[in-house]
Design a protein around this ligand. Sequence first.
Ligand SMILES: Cc1cc2nc3c(=O)[nH]c(=O)nc-3n(C[C@H](O)[C@H](O)[C@H](O)COP(=O)(O)OP(=O)(O)OC[C@H]3O[C@@H](n4cnc5c(N)ncnc54)[C@H](O)[C@@H]3O)c2cc1C
Length: 404
Amino acid sequence: MAPGNGWDVIVAGGGPAGAITAWRLATAGMRTAIVDAARFPRDKACGGGVQVRASKWIPFEWQHVVRSAVYRADFSYKLGERFTRHYPDPIVYCVRRTEFDACLLDQARLAGAQVFEGVRVDRVEPVVESVRLDTSRGAMTARYVVGADGANSVAGKPLNSRENFYWQAAIYLEVAAGQLDTQPRGDSLRIDWASLPSGYAWTFPKDDFVNVGAGCPVALAKSLRRYLRDYLGSESLMQPAAAAGLRPSGHMLPTLTHRTIPAGKGLFLVGDAAGLVEPLTGEGISYACHSAALAARALVEYFDSAADATEAYAHSLKREIGYEIMLARRLLSLAVTFPRLFYRVFRSSDEVWVTFCRVLRGEMTFEHLRNRILGPLKVLGSTLDSLVDWGERRRVLGHVITGP
Ligand SMILES: Cc1cc2nc3c(=O)[nH]c(=O)nc-3n(C[C@H](O)[C@H](O)[C@H](O)COP(=O)(O)OP(=O)(O)OC[C@H]3O[C@@H](n4cnc5c(N)ncnc54)[C@H](O)[C@@H]3O)c2cc1C
């Protein structure tokens, strides 16, 4: 079938945010199309760590693509001193994005969404009572367009410029476990922090694969490759010569700010296109799935009124996700300003560790976590916020100016 006209909703991008939005819309009886530039299964730059809270927002069976369930975290500080923490229930499920994303897209197709793979969206233009897409296979129109086309969203261009987001960058390697000298535990993830003024390195186990990577604010991105090399060396995962032969790939991670516009002009942005990467952990999959539910609900409830649908989506997104992301951003500033303290609190406070795990599981919020970490200091409110904002800028800029 040719892309064409007459769709209720066209979803630009068939990653987690797009596939789940389309599943929900098609299940509600809407004529729904997904247009994705790639052909699936396709890879996506990612650690593939799906926090357990994402399960709440994936409305069908997907657990068969989980390769490891994580119950433990091994932390290190500046590639040196270490500690391990356990939790009785899984906190993160590790997936390969080729398998996970193909599974979600298949479900959208089964629910009745028409999927056009290998079709690139070049331009999106709101017109009277509809939205027009120029694609590599011709023009398409729909009453509404959902922009789920990731960090470099084309669909989001009529609403946001790059300055509307806070940007981080990350690079990763996904290697066959057989290539490694040391096998990481299947139930444990590794995190190193404070080696860069902001950011961390990780190892996620995926049965016969292992994902190793590092992320940080874009201002520090030049240091990422070296940091990843140092991290690989300190882990003794592989011989330096073997590690030198690997080429990490990377991508950007956008986080919304007070300037970000999530909907308008018949367009609804979800997932990375809306800047829904939680900045402390760099996790974007669960909010991609969560925002899909919010956008689909607004479109189904208010299909006949673009203004009401826009307002409903913007409001629920701010209340359920935006506020959490804002608090996670504050925690990131705190961790960057006081890295030693942050490390010690995670090592010594059972309450903080349990709260963190429960946030990853979707049972508690970043507000709980912030209160646990700050304790009585939380009464300092905006004074503390200003102090850590300043501290973060100073540390990050100091590294940029003077180098590592
Ligand atoms: C190195 C790295 C590691 C990460 N690790 C994690 C992690 O461990 N856990 C986690 O939760 N998050 C992680 N993230 C973030 C996570 O990958 C994203 O938040 C998540 O993929 C967002 O899903 P999405 O559906 O919004 O966008 P995407 O998954 O990016 O999907 C967008 C889709 O749109 C398509 N597309 C793009 N442009 C066009 C176009 N012009 N026309 C048509 N189609 C288009 C793409 O082909 C793609 O299929 C990581 C990110 C990076 C870069």
